[in-house]
Write a protein that binds this ligand. Sequence first.
Ligand SMILES: *[C@@H]1O[C@H](CO)[C@@H](O)[C@H](O)[C@H]1NC(C)=O
Ligand SMILES: *[C@@H]1O[C@H](CO)[C@@H](O)[C@H](O)[C@H]1NC(C)=O
Ligand SMILES: *[C@@H]1O[C@H](CO)[C@@H](O)[C@H](O)[C@H]1NC(C)=O
Ligand SMILES: *[C@@H]1O[C@H](CO)[C@@H](O)[C@H](O)[C@H]1NC(C)=O
Ligand SMILES: *[C@@H]1O[C@H](CO)[C@@H](O)[C@H](O)[C@H]1NC(C)=O
Ligand SMILES: *[C@@H]1O[C@H](CO)[C@@H](O)[C@H](O)[C@H]1NC(C)=O
Ligand SMILES: *[C@@H]1O[C@H](CO)[C@@H](O)[C@H](O)[C@H]1NC(C)=O
Ligand SMILES: *[C@@H]1O[C@H](CO)[C@@H](O)[C@H](O)[C@H]1NC(C)=O
Ligand SMILES: *[C@@H]1O[C@H](CO)[C@@H](O)[C@H](O)[C@H]1NC(C)=O
Ligand SMILES: *[C@@H]1O[C@H](CO)[C@@H](O)[C@H](O)[C@H]1NC(C)=O
Ligand SMILES: *[C@@H]1O[C@H](CO)[C@@H](O)[C@H](O)[C@H]1NC(C)=O
Ligand SMILES: *[C@@H]1O[C@H](CO)[C@@H](O)[C@H](O)[C@H]1NC(C)=O
Length: 550
Amino acid sequence: MVKIGWSLLHLASATISLSSATIHISSHRHIQTSNIASAPIIDLGYAQYQGVYDSVNNVTSYLGVRYAAPPIGDLRWRAPQSPANNSSAGVQQANTQPNPCPQASTGDASTNPLEGQSSLTRRADAPGTGPEDCLFLNVYFPGDTIPTKPFPTLVWIHGGGYISGGADTFEGSDLLREANNEIVAVIIQYRLGLFGFLPGSEVKANGTLNAGLFDQDFALRWVQSHISQFGGDPTKVTIWGQSAGAGSVLQHIVAQDGQTSPQLFRGAITSSTFLPSQYLYNDTIPELLYSEVVAQTNCSSADDSLTCLRSVNETLLETINTNLNVEGFFGTFLFVPVVDGTFITQRPTEALKQGKVNGKALLAVTNTNEGILFVNQTNPITNVSLYAGTLFPKFGPTQDNETAEIYASLGTPLEQDDAIMAESIFICPSFYLLSAFPNSSWKGQFAIPPATHGEDLDYYFPSSGTPGFNNTQFLAAFSGAFLSFVVSQDPNDKIAPTITPFWDMYSNGSTVMVFNQTVDDLPDIHVDTADASQLERCSFWNSVGALTGQ
Ligand SMILES: *[C@@H]1O[C@H](CO)[C@@H](O)[C@H](O)[C@H]1NC(C)=O
Ligand SMILES: *[C@@H]1O[C@H](CO)[C@@H](O)[C@H](O)[C@H]1NC(C)=O
Ligand SMILES: *[C@@H]1O[C@H](CO)[C@@H](O)[C@H](O)[C@H]1NC(C)=O
Ligand SMILES: *[C@@H]1O[C@H](CO)[C@@H](O)[C@H](O)[C@H]1NC(C)=O
Ligand SMILES: *[C@@H]1O[C@H](CO)[C@@H](O)[C@H](O)[C@H]1NC(C)=O
Ligand SMILES: *[C@@H]1O[C@H](CO)[C@@H](O)[C@H](O)[C@H]1NC(C)=O
Ligand SMILES: *[C@@H]1O[C@H](CO)[C@@H](O)[C@H](O)[C@H]1NC(C)=O
Ligand SMILES: *[C@@H]1O[C@H](CO)[C@@H](O)[C@H](O)[C@H]1NC(C)=O
Ligand SMILES: *[C@@H]1O[C@H](CO)[C@@H](O)[C@H](O)[C@H]1NC(C)=O
Ligand SMILES: *[C@@H]1O[C@H](CO)[C@@H](O)[C@H](O)[C@H]1NC(C)=O
Ligand SMILES: *[C@@H]1O[C@H](CO)[C@@H](O)[C@H](O)[C@H]1NC(C)=O
Ligand SMILES: *[C@@H]1O[C@H](CO)[C@@H](O)[C@H](O)[C@H]1NC(C)=O
């Protein structure tokens, strides 16, 4: 009886949606829907989900599909586990965006607390953002019936500095349209901030370091097991992320020394790779972060601090997550991946140098001005040597000075800071990735002014934002390159004709495809080569990787 009542409730809401033509699927967006009841029911073995057919976009979506058990209580800071069998609960309506994992915000301090110049003191309590139970994903396939021809599968990993973001701001149907409806798309969530990236030797001893990366890995394994039920081809998976999502792609490329089994993806796309300092899990900085969390939860006197932390009220931990992250140096993020010794065995740049990679092909795009958002533009550190040392606390006077010397000719001190941030953390890591895929990687540059970090996102997801340059030819060319790569692993093998000229591989003359706009508002897409002086600066950053933690 309960079950019938519940179904009727959904029929009622479907009727309402038909009459009003839209329903709310989250606080962020609406979609047009027709007959909800007609979308296929998919039985995952542990749960059954019915999707929603969107007749305007001719796409069926499954929103908020659970892929792991709630990572709460004793599962905090442990590898994700399979969901409990919920089949007896009947069919679940996958029509609601999942809540994002608990969020925090970027550091905004003028000094770096990890350097010993200041301390991680507690600020006014920020509210918790919950819920911790957030390991869900969304699946999208073209049409209203499960595709019979298995389509290449695209998995999108959201960004947000490993401390923020969620699936609900990325409209999967945009990706399907850009791919001429020839793909299945999956958008995943993963634990963030101290929930996903609590470091330290205690976590190593009785938990899982980099839990957020394990969540992503688990979601990719879910794709291997289940995507064929949605019409996706598990042998043709491409993983794509932006910012920390691209940083995550980098992590999966170097995971398990490039020997991940089974192989979870063939193609990788990075948009503005974010590679912050990634220290060994028991380095002084990760241990400092762990002990701060312990201190702020009053777990210091517990015999077993980690077990104590596992029983701390979720809301309190969320508050501490927010408080601590905002204490970081301006534009930096505190809870990020570490070298854990098993999943990530060494500094990522070392693995890339050794060519120990998962995946067969790579498309890497960076924006011209990646650094600006992460440097305080109104109150910058104008002593560039001091800026370098503040950004990388393990630098000594020699590296501070060397950095300042190398950047001295690049404009004002503020512009030099911008370039240091852009190149060390976003642009150079993208070049290291490209070099790890000789004869199978392509480099793009998004250059439309202001070409700051994140400006490219609206071009992949135009219904989530408004592209600054709303030009049909440009949009088709730019997004078409990515989706062609997803379908056939080569941006030249176009799913539809575009104005983009032949795009040679990066290994052929350091080729870069520049995506720009002329002053007369015309698309300007042309072949260029990587800036040799920038590559020289990248060699410097590569040489100091042991100190930057990259
Ligand atoms: C879940 O339980 C149902 C019965 O409710 C059973 O048919 C199914 O095989 C179980 N699934 C798994 C994965 O054990
Ligand atoms: C590991 O943590 C669990 C609680 O999550 C605790 O019960 C157990 O005693 C711990 N084991 C060790 C060896 O510390
Ligand atoms: C099991 O299904 C019920 C009803 O469909 C749903 O409310 C509940 O959240 C599910 N439980 C889990 C752990 O997914
Ligand atoms: C919807 O998509 C399916 C699968 O791609 C296609 O067969 C069908 O013709 C499309 N329908 C409309 C109305 O475009
Ligand atoms: C940190 O961990 C590494 C590898 O597990 C170990 O060799 C090293 O001794 C540890 N360092 C400290 C200070 O405990
Ligand atoms: C920790 O202990 C101090 C001193 O007893 C107390 O003032 C504070 O409220 C406690 N904090 C938490 C999070 O329990
Ligand atoms: C956690 O703390 C919040 C705020 O203090 C409180 O409302 C909530 O009931 C607590 N939750 C649990 C599970 O104790
Ligand atoms: C830059 O720093 C100043 C002074 O520390 C601060 O007031 C301002 O909020 C910072 N700018 C931003 C964008 O946070
Ligand atoms: C700039 O900062 C460095 C520390 O990196 C310091 O040694 C030097 O004195 C500072 N220069 C000026 C002009 O303040
Ligand atoms: C680097 O150090 C040398 C020697 O101390 C000094 O002359 C030079 O000005 C420094 N360069 C920068 C950019 O601070
Ligand atoms: C973008 O251009 C398309 C086609 O020219 C138009 O339909 C759409 O309204 C434009 N969007 C915005 C936000 O200007
Ligand atoms: C992009 O085009 C603008 C003119 O619209 C130009 O000012 C800018 O330098 C170009 N960027 C690059 C990286 O070529």
